[in-house]
Design a protein around this ligand. Sequence first.
Ligand code: OGA
Ligand code: MN
Length: 200
Amino acid sequence: MINTSAFVEQLSEQGWYYQQNVIPGEWVTALADLCHKRTFLQAGVGQGLKNIINEAIRSDSISWIDPRETDPAVVYYLSRVDEIQQLLNREFYLGLNGFEGHFSRYPQGAFYKPHYDCFAQDKRRAVTLIFYINQNWLPENGGQLCLHLPEGKTVIEPVAGSMVCFLSEQILHEVLPTHTERMALTGWFVRHHGQDYFYS
Ligand code: OGA
Ligand code: MN
């Protein structure tokens, strides 16, 4: 369960929120199993025609989620996303009306250098939401999410069942090199206008 009062308070005061035990163990297992079965493509940097593979910036692979997927684990994931979208719209009047999300896999040695999730040309991405599905994760595995905050850096362990949510335009962040395969479900709530399209 999400601690809604802490979520609202911390997101509005500091622009980010982290909580453990958001996803029950059996769903973490189902999502991790599914992650191992999916097809992944090496992730690029930049948007549209400017999307290029740059292994000096990021070295993860991604598998986009289609909202029409019927696997129970995906349906479960999208229901949790929906719950958070409703909470965000109710509390922050963000007018979020879309979501784009993917599984990500960081093989041993992979990382993602400091970046913002919002594209310079396209500010549709408003809120980033990440769920971690790494069972038996240990701090010595590396692979922490590092937030570059005004008061300094904060590291977040990508432990199974935990969630991090932040304002996409505000929070500079990176994934530190991982020493073990690292998996996550990463997505963005967007304000999407009539002429835009997703998942096509
Ligand atoms: C991203 C990202 C962070 C993480 O995919 O844009 O920053 O902890 N992911 O996986
Ligand atoms: Mn990011």
